[in-house]
Write a protein that binds this ligand. Structure first.
Ligand SMILES: *Cc1c(COP(=O)(O)O)cnc(C)c1O
Length: 426
């Protein structure tokens, strides 16, 4: 595979940007080697700077559920751009997307648009603290909620304890208010509530974990979180930045039939442009400025071009059968991968919910960060590079989700399988 142009661009970019990238996951530290620079996307495919064509299972890390450059999205963006790119005043496009999201999520009466998932989560935490007048929050080990200070905290291995910062620059006073529990382990949550009575503002959770690889909630986990938070007058925040409109039109909360107090969205609702949002009941959203005392603002929030991309995406997702089709293709891919990997005697556990999945090279079930981090990453790294050489672009880390789009059809899946077969033979 020719990589001359990508390598040249990377040599230049490392002079401009830390690690040559503007978001760390784009550097291939987890798999080693230089990242390929992408230039073009169409449907399920991307092309790099050396004109290599790949089947793309990254899809911009989740937003592109319709594939690259979906015509309805491109048309909507184009006509919006021609009318001006930003006004700093309310526009009808915000109403359109806002209404679609409120209609899709019964737990959301009102919403506030921001420009990233990080901002959505950061604001949701502030809102929970404002509403409950409490300081502490609970997150889960291996749960990623963007890069706000209070969420860059991880208790490390072991039982639930007070958090230590997992990034330099995050202060201990900030980390101290963040408690960390184990995903899929209600007991670890209960004991934090017992130790911190009347101090916990909220529990924030990815209802389907997607940032330590895909890890679905075990039966009763989300129900348990709902019960514990309600009985302690704490709020339950679902971070559905990945899962919203991905696993079902109404997100993971519709799939598992749980109503969180606050929902965070991002990725798909921006149709490939920068959008985030948080929403809740009228009662909770009353706190948000200018209605209430919780301040939160943004120069480009609700940007009309981004809103139009989101609206066009959600409109396309309303077509009947879309999620059934995604399930069908994803199931097909999962089954074929599973068959090939078990035939080659590799220890494999595939975690999948709808069109997001992770292949863990692990003997045991993967249900938490602890079991995820026990998987054999060296097998994944080898597989990543040999798939890349055969024009399949997997996420460049063993702890990320692969995504499918509505454009990934039989053709792409079967050619992915053929590539995998070759990869396993070499
Ligand atoms: C991507 C992601 C975020 C952060 O969103 P950004 O737009 O990258 O700031 C937050 N939560 C979850 C679950 C995510 O996957």
């Amino acid at each position: 595979m020719k990589t001359e142009n990508s390598n040249k661009l990377f040599t230049e970019s490392i002079r401009y940007f830390p690690g040559g990238v503007n978001s760390p996951a784009r550097a291939w530290n987890a798999v080693s080697g230089n990242p390929v620079f992408l230039e073009n996307g169409a449907g399920p495919y991307v092309w790099d700077a050396d004109d290599n064509k790949y089947i793309d299972y990254v899809l911009s890390w989740g937003p592109l559920i319709l594939g690259h450059a979906a015509s309805s999205v491109v048309e909507s963006i184009t006509s919006s751009v021609l009318k001006g790119t930003s006004f700093g005043a309310p526009t009808k496009t915000e109403n359109d997307l806002g209404k679609m999201i409120i209609d899709a999520f019964p737990s959301i009466d009102m919403i506030r648009f921001v420009s990233s998932g990080t901002e959505a989560v950061m604001s949701a935490i502030r809102l929970a603290r404002a509403h409950t007048d409490r300081n502490k929050i609970i997150k889960f080990e291996g749960g990623y909620h963007g890069h706000a200070d209070s969420l860059l905290v991880n208790a490390g291995s072991g039982a639930a304890t007070h958090g230590t910062p997992s990034s330099s620059g995050v202060t201990y006073s900030n980390a101290n208010d963040t408690l960390t529990a184990n995903y899929n382990d209600l007991e670890s949550v209960r004991s934090l509530f017992t130790e911190n009575k009347n101090e916990i503002a909220c529990v924030i959770v990815e209802p389907i974990a997607a940032n330590m690889g895909v890890i679905p909630p075990v039966t009763g986990f989300l129900e348990g979180l709902r019960d514990i938070t309600t009985s302690n007058s704490s709020l339950l925040i679902f971070d559905e930045v990945v899962t919203g409109f991905r696993v079902a039109y109404g997100g993971a909360q519709s799939l598992y039939n749980i109503k969180p107090d606050i929902t965070c969205l991002g990725k798909i609702i921006g149709g490939g442009l920068p959008v985030g949002a948080y929403g809740a009941s009228h009662k909770i959203m009353q706190e948000v400025s200018p209605l209430g005392p919780m301040y939160q603002a943004g120069t480009l929030s609700g940007n009309p071009v981004a809103m139009s991309a989101g609206s066009a995406t959600l409109k396309a997702l309303q077509m009947s059968g879309i999620y059934d089709d995604l399930e069908c293709m994803s199931q097909y891919l999962e089954r074929e991968i599973y068959n090939l990997l078990t035939k080659s005697k590799l220890p494999v556990k595939i975690n999948r919910v709808g069109s997001m999945m992770t292949i863990f090279f692990s003997e045991s079930e993967v249900t938490s960060w602890k079991s995820a981090s026990g998987s054999k990453t060296d097998i994944f790294i080898k597989l990543f590079h040999s798939m890349l050489n055969q024009n399949v672009y997997l996420p460049p880390s063993p702890y990320e989700a692969m995504f499918l789009s509505t454009e990934h059809r039989e053709n792409e899946i079967s050619s992915t399988i053929i590539s995998l077969k070759t990869a396993l033979e070499t």
